[in-house]
Design a binder for this molecule. Sequence first.
Ligand code: SF4
Length: 59
Amino acid sequence: MTFHCKNYDINKDKCKKLKGECVPGRKACVLEGRVAVSEELEEKIRKLDNRLSRKTEIG
Ligand code: SF4
């Protein structure tokens, strides 16, 4: 299955909506809670969430 998201900027390889890395299913992604993600992707989302929450605590 392939998926094209209108928020994905192919030239910058970034999510325009979230102004960062495209990780399908991440927090605030249009797919959040709507798709089942692989364990690998789940781990990537968890690491991204940790990175973002650390940034919030610092900044
Ligand atoms: S993170 Fe989600 S909303 Fe953003 S481009 Fe990727 S699939 Fe689309």
